[in-house]
Design a protein around this ligand. Structure first.
Ligand SMILES: Nc1nc2c(c(=O)[nH]1)N[C@H]1C(S)=C(S)[C@@H](COP(=O)(O)O)O[C@H]1N2
Ligand SMILES: [Mo]
Length: 393
């Protein structure tokens, strides 16, 4: 039989923060945060790279703003919760594996590998996500692809971990349920003896601190997307406003945009083509709507946009409607120089080729001469400096 040296368990490892009840409770909270993050992240991925079966609604107009705000804020809440969880369970790293029975040894090994994958993947997702909202890319891989792939790894390892730990968590909750619950749902003092239970209050204090830290982290940043919190969020990365009261990610100068003096919008469809000047566009019936820019980085801002409905523009040009529309910009290169409106968005009357924002002609940084602004869309697909619309028949 293999014999490993026995690692002494320091006194502190029996502290309330390290109890299985605390680990189980933090695991539940972390599971909820990761679950929200995963589902909203997948939605965002599918909207940007729609598979055939995927159909994203255009209403409510703030839908993407809400799902992506949830994505970023649940990720932020997960940071303190993950640290608290690791603090709670790290003594278990030093627990001697049960070596007597080989089957348990294999189980133990698998469990530890899944935890290693889970912890690495979770850190990777949270750290790259935070660097991304800060628009800093100190690495060589393409952020969206890596962030998406590792999310699957994290969720796979999380499911294995939950399956392995479910019996422990269940036992903890069943045991907790026998005694009257305290204010946090934690078991209160043992009934009968009238003495306060110091371990229970220690556990509650640790859980309260962890939840508090997650709450503070969310409040400190939620102003990027929740207008009511704008003034109390010191860490909001895009609460500062750009020209015309709306933040800007990529300026016209950064994108190298030069609008030619003879600029014309080109509308193409199978078997037809038409060009329109800015004066032609302005002479068409205009529509005004309050719609948000909701960046994938979590910041969002609503504005009042005026322009021509894409569907009206196509009809006026003699182009067919009911098809996806490819939008290209004056930007020569650049990841976001073009986008495709799915048929549903291309036929929604609120999908505008905007000429004005908050009553003024578009600032160059907001896409002058015209830009796409559609309801319930990620910011990256709200193409600025539009040059061409192509109906994909
Ligand atoms: N042509 C072009 N359009 C673009 C971009 C770009 O880089 N090039 N950036 C997009 C991104 S990521 C966002 S969030 C919005 C921001 O619009 P705003 O600068 O008017 O707020 O524009 C989008 N439209
Ligand atoms: Mo964006």
């Amino acid at each position: 039989m293999i014999r490993l040296p026995r690692v002494p368990v320091p006194e502190d490892f029996t502290a309330p923060a390290h109890s299985p009840r605390v680990a189980a409770r933090l695991g539940l909270w972390l599971g909820i945060a990761f679950g929200l993050c995963f589902v909203t992240g997948l939605l965002s991925h599918n909207i940007q790279h729609p598979p055939g079966w995927f159909d994203w609604p255009t209403r409510p107009v703030n839908l993407y703003r809400i799902t992506q705000g949830t994505h970023v804020l649940s990720g932020i809440a997960a940071v303190p919760l993950l640290l608290a969880k690791l603090w709670s369970v790290y003594p278990r790293l030093f627990v001697r594996p049960p070596l007597r029975r080989p089957v348990r040894l294999v189980g133990h090994g698998l469990e530890r590998i899944s935890i290693l994958v889970l912890v690495c993947a979770a850190f990777f997702e949270l750290v790259t996500g935070i660097f991304n909202v800060a628009q800093s890319y100190p690495w060589r891989f393409f952020f969206p692809a890596a962030h998406h792939a590792v999310a699957w790894l994290a969720v796979g390892a999380l499911l294995v971990h939950v399956a392995v730990k479910l019996p422990v968590a269940r036992a903890v909750w069943r045991r907790g349920g026998r005694r009257p619950a305290g204010p946090d749902g934690e078991p209160g003092p043992a009934a009968g003896d009238g003495e306060p239970d110091p371990a229970a209050s220690g556990r509650r204090a640790f859980l309260r601190t962890s939840a508090g830290a997650a709450g503070v982290a969310v409040l400190a940043t939620a102003g990027v997307t929740v207008p009511a919190l704008r003034r109390i969020s010191p860490l909001a990365w895009r609460s500062a406003t750009g020209p015309q009261g709306v933040p800007v990610n990529r300026t016209s100068a950064a994108a190298g945009i030069v609008v030619p003096a003879d600029w014309r919008l080109e509308v193409v469809w199978p078997g037809g083509r038409r060009t329109l000047s800015l004066a032609d566009l302005a002479a068409l019936p205009q529509r005004t709507a309050d719609l948000p820019i909701a960046c994938v980085e979590g910041w969002s801002a609503s504005a009042n946009w005026t322009g021509v409905s894409v569907v009206d523009l196509l009809t006026h040009s003699g182009a067919p409607t009911g098809h996806p529309v490819r939008v290209s910009s004056l930007e020569a290169a650049g990841l976001y120089s073009a986008s495709t409106l799915p048929a549903r968005h291309a036929t929604d009357p609120l999908t505008l080729l905007a000429l004005r924002i908050n009553g003024e002609v578009l600032h160059p940084d907001h896409g002058y001469p015209c830009r796409i602004i559609a309801p319930s869309r990620p910011g990256v697909l709200q193409t600025k400096w539009v040059a061409r619309l192509e109906v994909l028949g």
